[in-house]
Write a protein that binds this ligand. Sequence first.
Ligand code: GLN
Length: 507
Amino acid sequence: MTDWTDPTQVTRASALEMADAMRAGTVTSVELVQAHLDRIAAVDGPVHAFLYVNAEEALATAAAVDADRATGAALPLLAGVPIAIKDVLVTKGMPTTAGSRILEGWLPPYDATVTAKVRAARMPILGKTNMDEFAMGSSTEHSGYGPTHNPWDLERIPGGSGGGSSASLAAWETPLAIGSDTGGSIRQPAAVTGTVGVKPTYGGVSRYGAIALASSLDQLGPCARTVADTAALHEVMGGHDVMDATSLDEPVPSCLEAARDGAANGLAGVRIGVVKELGGEGYQDGVKQRFEEGLDHLRALGAEIVEVSCPSFKYALAAYYLILPSEASSNLAKFDSVRFGLRVERDTIEKTMGATRAEGFGDEVKRRIILGTYALSAGYYDAYYGSAQKVRTLIQRDFAAAFEQADVLVSPTAPTTPFKIGERIDDPLAMYLNDVATIPANLAGIPGMSLPAGVAPEDGLPVGFQILAPAHEDARLYRIGAALEKALVAQWGGPLASLAPELEVAP
Ligand code: GLN
């Protein structure tokens, strides 16, 4: 039982426990927000999950929620529960950089749809979290503002591009966070920090006001330490939006109900497909071991495990690294020194644009702009971009065939546990390989979840278990994820993050 008068215990509760305690009158939103701000002050120096802390506004939101609650007014489920937002989402009046120096000092004049939904849900926004520049990366080392460190071991990466969001959860700086997933940037950071992250069906969450990386792949999603918390946040974020032309006009999935059903009733009759191509060679032994144990739990819960094959997945990474840079090179053309952020003045406008982009963009961003403009150039368009789009269709067909045999598909989320900061920064291909298991879902637009599977015996670091469902069937992720989580948490005695070594606290 949480002692709500003890701020160190308060930050270890789940978001839904916090919501219950506020409703019961045991804790106030101001107390919750203050406990998290104190935790950020105590540990974020070395972790560096936050680029901006929004203390004053968060406390004001909390105070308003407390006042309304005191009158007995009806409030949304997560009202008063604090949240952190990846710096890819625009937030009116709050600096937004997408991890890039080119946007340093820019104050957005409007809110992203998801930001507006979080505000409408009366959730205090603790601040903006660090990320690889324009969400390009798997380690947060490509941030223009310095890397984020993994709370499990400060010398290791917290995943990327959403390493700020995942680290803030594992460091107990926030119970909820928002991420964006173009090739795995919600799921892989969740895997390597022992937290939960979900990429919804493409179009399920509005992208309006999310700074675009690759528009046909990008999707915003919920991050937390428990499956039920991600479910509750998904329901806040989701829904149709006329401001996003790719937004699905259908009801938000019943994520929380599905999570509760899975935890209560087990998985009798559920068919789970193990993707043959997402495992084996190149995957760390401890990752494979924890994944296999996850399968044993699913069997014990009543599920039937079958093997499925997706032969085109071996081309997914190559296709992704043509499609993504092509779309990114086009999306990033708007950073031209005229409209937003940085401007490095020269004697002509062409030179001003060139100098601004040379100074404002980091190496990885430049690499991808060059790759993308090359892949889209007249002479190579068919050979590169055109072929990659055909591979994308083959991958979608592989998924369609696999979902004939199974209700969901599963794999390890990432091939290894978190690596050391600096280890892969000079080797783009080694960095890109982190996402072999997550990228196929983005190419097909289907939803995916990563939840903790335990720690690898050889290094004591977190391993992620990935679940993939057909498009529009996001609720299945929550049902199966919550059932598996319940079995695992019974062994750990709490969320996996509670097994991480204690961070040193600044005086
Ligand atoms: N790591 C992948 C990349 O660098 C995924 C990025 C993402 O999902 N935003 O492209």
